[in-house]
Design a protein around this ligand. Structure first.
Ligand code: CA
Length: 494
């Protein structure tokens, strides 16, 4: 009887799947948004930050789809973005730190103990032979080859200027709006031409968008308006599209989005906090505007939306020139760290054809999984790529919120020096999670820490001395993976 039910399920499932093959796919990627910077609770309890922030459209997306409580990125921007496009773990692609807009510019801070690791300082390259890059096939290239209309809007930050990977057009995108080699905007303000000041334009001046220069249009809004415009053609032509909606928000500079700023001041937040909350709500409005547009065009039922942040909230500003505008409690630490605050991020996926509304999964997933997931959603089974991938498809989780795999091990590798005022878990750390166990390893002093995330999500109670065999098992597994992936390691100074 059970077997017959299973067959029936598979049959119905295959029909649903066939009818919705080649769905439109949107990855809505936010920059530096922490796990708690939203009114959607991703923990078992509602936190003060959940109460502070207003993200009604994220709430709407969560009601329509599936909330991932244990979704992971890497500690900083470029490694996450490279893993997303290639399906490779950062330890394998070797773009382990954020890339400079300038070529051959190692962003690692100087250190007394170590010389820099031989990481791929120029980022990702879709063509071979470019020095200090990882050569790989980005999935938008594969989507394009299989008939998708591919659009990039916003922050790219995959590679340094002058290398092929710095242009989204070389990554398989047919449209690029405002993406280049820089990792943050010079300005969010149209009145400041988004940093394009004649004679003073920096590497971070946002390209394109000149029709908004001199206006009151906040960068988040300009990107949203342009993204929606680019969707008109593929929808009209009934061509499936992939939209890489990669906001510059909510990365520094923490500038007020004046559409929302005053309400947070009125609510009693200080200026920096109110600016940040307004950046978050402006991003949320963008999500809502896109959802509304899809509905108005009657393509919402056949569009997958994957919401994600590229690393944890910035709880320690690298040069401490400003007070921190967020923290990630109950998680420990923030951006730059391999503790949960640096890597655990908000993630929501909606797709009416497969995902039941209002579902929640605690299954841990990582940004490496986007590559096989997106190609599977697009129904592309055979494709050519030059890299070996680490990610696995999340589609079985989409279909079944109680899906559980505690045998999988996830790893993080940061053989880099992010800044000179290291906070917890920042600079020269690796980590591994398997089931609810997590081992954090400091390459600086060889210290191993063990946490049980099931009852210690804040990584406050180091259990390494209580469970030495578990600690060593995870350490061995981590290092066998790092070795297999030929992970870059820093070199001891002579
Ligand atoms: Ca980031």
């Amino acid at each position: 009887m059970k077997f017959k039910l299973l067959l029936l399920f598979l049959f119905v499932h295959s029909i649903v799947y066939a009818q919705t093959s080649r769905p439109n796919i949107i990855v809505f990627l936010v920059d530096d948004m922490g796990w708690q910077d939203t009114s959607v609770p991703f923990w078992t309890e509602q936190t003060p930050l959940n109460k502070r922030h207003h993200t009604p459209n994220m709430e709407r997306l969560a009601k329509a789809g599936m909330k991932f409580t244990s979704a992971y990125a890497t500690p900083v921007c470029t490694p996450t973005r490279t893993s997303m496009l290639t399906g490779m773990n950062a330890s394998r692609h070797g773009v382990t730190n954020w890339t400079s807009p300038w070529p051959n510019d190692n962003t690692d801070a100087k250190d007394d103990q170590f010389d820099p690791a031989p990481w791929n300082i120029n980022g990702l390259s879709p063509v071979p032979g470019i020095p200090n890059t990882i050569y790989a096939t980005p999935f938008p290239q594969i989507l394009k080859e299989h008939g998708y209309f591919t659009i990039h809007v916003g922050k790219a930050h995959w590679a340094s200027m002058g290398t092929p990977g710095s242009s989204p057009y070389n990554m398989g995108f047919m449209v690029n709006i405002a993406g280049h080699s820089a990792g943050h905007p010079q300005s969010y303000y149209g009145k400041e031409n988004y940093g394009n000041i004649q004679g003073k334009a920096s590497a971070q001046a946002v390209p394109d968008l000149s029709s908004y220069h001199g206006t009151d249009t906040f960068l988040t809004e300009a990107l949203t308006l342009e993204a929606i415009k680019t969707l008109e053609a593929p929808i009209r032509n009934k061509q499936p599209f992939y939209l890489n909606m990669a906001h510059y928000a909510v990365h520094t500079p923490i500038q007020a989005d004046h559409r929302f700023f005053q309400k947070y001041i009125d609510a009693g937040l200080d200026t920096i906090e109110a600016r940040y909350a307004s950046l978050v709500e402006g991003m949320d409005k963008s999500l809502g505007d896109i959802m509304n547009y899809l509905k108005s065009m009657k393509v919402d039922q056949n569009t997958v939306i994957i919401f994600m942040s590229d690393n944890g909230g910035l709880s320690l500003t690298p040069h401490r020139t400003a007070p921190a505008h967020t923290q990630n409690l109950p998680l420990r630490a923030g951006k730059g760290s391999v503790y949960e605050g640096g890597i655990r991020v908000p993630m929501i996926v909606s797709w009416p054809a497969l995902i039941k509304p209002g579902t929640v999964t605690d299954q841990y997933v990582i940004i490496d999984d986007f590559f096989p997931t997106i190609l599977s959603l697009a129904g592309i089974k055979k494709y050519e790529m030059v890299q070996q991938i680490d990610g696995i498809s999340m589609v079985p989780i989409f279909a079944n919120p109680s899906y559980s795999d505690t045998s999988r091990a996830l790893i993080w590798h940061y053989p880099n020096k992010w800044n000179n005022q290291a906070g917890p878990g920042i600079n020269y750390y690796s980590a591994i999670r398997k089931g609810s166990w997590k081992m954090v390893y400091s390459m600086r002093d060889g210290k191993k820490e063990l946490y049980n995330l099931k009852n210690d999500i804040g990584e406050n109670h180091d259990l390494a001395s209580f469970y030495p065999s578990k600690t060593n098992e995870l350490y061995d597994l981590l290092f066998s993976r790092l070795k297999e992936n030929k992970a870059p390691m820093m070199v001891m100074k002579k």
